[in-house]
Write a protein that binds this ligand. Structure first.
Ligand SMILES: Cc1cc2nc3c(=O)[nH]c(=O)nc-3n(C[C@H](O)[C@H](O)[C@H](O)COP(=O)(O)OP(=O)(O)OC[C@H]3O[C@@H](n4cnc5c(N)ncnc54)[C@H](O)[C@@H]3O)c2cc1C
Length: 474
């Protein structure tokens, strides 16, 4: 302890107030544990402040403008003008409402909030440096710790973020004016979601991706409708090209890419956004002081109770490994708090959904047909195209399909993949079916509201059973 430190103690010390940390804190508070939550930046973490929420706010706002401007077929003739300042103000209002809500909920559940940067200082102690000169530090003794320090965007050599020319996703979500042109490095979900936002704002967007496919990790038939729509929006997608450098030009910058074969191309643009993935934040915690070592990728290994190799230290959210998604972190936070409180809680990753909020959206959960086969099942697959859905037709969005995967023998639903309107919402039904151990018959026997998009899930189940009504059966 440093002389002058104020020493306090707590049952549960949580580092980081993102979805992993704040959920752990609220749950621990509900379970009557004495909880201290340390946050160095803003309540809600990446998700609420610089990730999920601001990106979805801008996706919605630019989507509204785009829809209104492209609805002649519906007899609507509009030429919407976007006021970027107004749009950003609205987005910030949404963020403020949510982050304020997190702070209030923590306080209402008795969580002790500490502002500052935590670092381990022994087996049962952290030091928290309060920001700014003369603000000092404090030591906090803990019985249990939960590491929830999240992740940061990965920089590639030569493309260090400066917030002006070379942007991180955080910078891009806070731009005050619309860039004329933008090169996005990386065609993962963050790059593709933001490509859609900027294309709808009128920016000339080029996406460069080192791999031979966009949205890698998602099946080709899910990624293709997204790539097609993106190209319709005027986005140029260049695959097999790695960003290799950039230089200032009179007007802006020129980003150079290189193929495997050494072929170079240069793209003039106003700014470049680098979205090549995120790395866990474990290097600033002095983990050595507590005897923990991250793996080669910087993640902390945990068991099915979110516990690290130390009995009293847990890790949740992005620091605990893939998939780096907010809802996975929330679940881990909840489980960690319950385990500390002595509850028989554990993690089960068989139905972690993933969504991409592009146009059309993608939603996946559980096993794909190939994964089901690899796992020794005899998969049966049912599919329903949105073009056969009455509700999809009334929304003007008929691209894509719902696919449901089940075990032929038992009928148990194993997973699903959706590309199309509201895929991020619709996938929840298949997730629930997997979690509950529901069968295709259960889904087919469930009366769905007409006319809704969710009827497509029902139809896909009926299709897998061989008696779909609104499509031809397999
Ligand atoms: C543009 C973008 C869009 C995204 N969209 C989605 C989406 O649609 N759906 C989805 O599920 N996920 C999405 N994500 C991912 C999601 O944001 C993360 O998975 C989620 O935020 C991880 O939560 P976490 O609690 O692990 O960490 P974080 O949210 O990163 O929070 C960690 C917190 O810890 C604090 N911290 C770090 N070190 C210290 C320290 N030493 N002391 C004190 N505090 C510290 C940080 O300031 C931060 O507030 C998106 C991410 C980005 C960047």
């Amino acid at each position: 302890m440093v002389v002058g430190d104020i020493a306090t103690g707590t049952d549960v010390l949580i580092i980081g107030a993102g979805p992993g940390g704040y959920v752990a804190a609220i749950r621990a508070g509900q379970l009557d544990l004495d909880v201290t939550l340390v946050e160095k930046d803003a309540y809600g973490g990446t998700c609420l402040n610089h990730g999920c929420i601001p990106s979805k706010a801008l996706i919605t706002a630019t989507g509204v403008a785009h829809e209104a401007g492209n609805a002649e077929e519906m007899g609507i003739h509009a030429d919407p003008a976007i006021d970027m300042g107004g749009m950003m103000e609205w987005k910030e209002g949404v963020v403020d409402q949510l982050t304020g809500g997190v702070e209030k909920l923590c306080k209402a559940n008795g969580v002790n909030l500490v502002e500052g940067t935590a670092e381990f200082d022994g087996e049962n102690r952290v030091r928290v440096a309060h920001g700014g000169e003369g603000q000092g530090s404090e030591s906090i003794e803990f019985e249990h710790a939960i590491v929830a320090t999240g992740s940061r965007p990965i920089e590639i050599p030569g493309f260090e973020f400066d917030g002006e020319r070379i942007l991180s996703s955080r910078d891009a979500l806070a731009l005050k004016s619309v860039p004329d042109s933008l090169v996005i490095v990386g065609a993962g979900y963050i790059g593709m979601e933001l490509a859609g936002v900027f294309a709808k704002l009128g920016t000339d967007v080029t996406v460069v991706e080192m791999l031979e496919e966009a949205l890698t990790g998602f099946a080709d038939d899910l990624a293709k409708p997204v790539v097609d729509t993106m190209e319709d929006l005027g986005v140029e997608i260049r695959l097999g090209e790695a960003a290799s450098g950039w230089e200032e030009t009179g007007e802006g910058i020129a980003v150079t890419t290189e193929t495997d074969g050494g072929e170079e191309t240069s793209y003039d643009c106003e700014k470049a956004l680098v979205a090549v993935g995120r790395a866990p934040v474990t290097d600033t915690l002095d983990l050595e002081a507590i005897g923990l070592e991250p793996d080669g990728d910087g993640f902390l290994a945990t068991d099915d109770r979110a516990r690290t190799k130390l009995e009293h230290v847990f890790a949740v959210g992005d620091v605990a490994g893939e998939p780096m998604l907010a809802h996975k972190g929330m679940k881990e936070g909840q489980v960690a708090a319950e385990v500390i409180a002595g509850e028989p809680s554990a993690l089960d990753y068989q139905a972690v959904p993933a969504a991409v909020f592009t146009e059309p959206e993608i939603g996946t959960v559980g096993l794909s047909p190939e994964e089901a086969e690899d796992d020794g099942f005899s998969p049966v697959v049912g599919q329903m195209p949105f073009r056969a859905s009455g509700r999809a037709l009334t929304t003007g969005h008929t691209e894509g399909f719902v696919r449901i995967v089940a075990d032929e023998e038992s009928g148990f639903v194993l997973g699903g993949q959706i590309v199309g309107p509201e895929a991020s919402e619709l996938i929840a039904e298949i997730g629930l079916a997997v979690e509950l151990g529901a069968t295709l018959e259960d889904v087919a026997a469930t009366i769905h509201t007409h006319p809704t998009l969710s009827e497509a899930v029902h139809e896909a189940a009926e299709n897998a059973l061989g008696h779909a009504i609104h499509t031809l059966n397999r």
